[in-house]
Design a protein around this ligand. Sequence first.
Ligand SMILES: C[S@@+](CC[C@H](N)C(=O)[O-])C[C@H]1O[C@@H](n2cnc3c(N)ncnc32)[C@H](O)[C@@H]1O
Length: 263
Amino acid sequence: MNVEPRILRSGDDGLKDRIEALGPWFHNINLGGIWTAPDHFLGDYPSVKFQRFAPHLPEDLSGKSVLDIGCNAGFYSMEMKRRGADRVLGLDHDDHYLAQARFAAETLGYDNIEFRNHSVYDVGSLGETFDVVIFMGVLYHLRHPLLALDLIHEHVARDILIFQSMQRGSRQVMDVEEDYEFEETEHFFESAYPKLHFIEREYAHDWTNWWAPNRACAEAMLRASGFVIETRAEDEVYICRRAEMPYAQYLRTGAVYPARGKI
Ligand SMILES: C[S@@+](CC[C@H](N)C(=O)[O-])C[C@H]1O[C@@H](n2cnc3c(N)ncnc32)[C@H](O)[C@@H]1O
């Protein structure tokens, strides 16, 4: 089912001013004929990326709930609504982006998407699980990326995870043995071994880029936090299913930062 948006404000003279006042935009969205980020360094983003992995997503999301973590201006939240999702909750920790998301959704006539200021670290307080969790473009901005994946697994993911991370380094993925002797160190020098590059200062003029996994690492982190990769739907995008956390039998408790209750 495809729910087409109604353009509510086409021809509104104040629209361009409102879009400018809410800038700068990271998501390039067509709001009544006016693009929000026409000069985006990645082109028509994220539309160009979405077109590459969209065919791998369920076409009909009616009856489903979606959580979009790090929703920014709501591009993916609105796309999930277009696929008929019942409930869509977009989270971001930045009010600037949430204001854009609310304005874009209102302008395009999506009046039943909820956008909330909420950090990925606080998903434990939502008290709700979702059929589809979108976690795109956020992992490498976090100081504690594996904790975030653990929290998503523990508290909000019920079935599908749509994941994306910037990747740097080798695109090769080597077969890693189950275990190695203490004296064996060669594999750590392999570029196709899972590696998470730590960025102490800045990358691409952005101090919030803390980590850059290579492909092997992004995939290993997903598995290690209990997500089975079903499809690599695009260079950096994975469609996963929630499964049992590896070593679950040894873990006394799941990830619970900062608390299970209301914050
Ligand atoms: C690169 S943008 C990705 C936006 C969108 N998900 C996409 O793929 O196009 C990263 C977004 O994550 C948000 N973000 C960063 N850290 C976050 C956190 N701890 N909790 C929630 N959102 C966060 C940022 O504010 C920003 O909107």
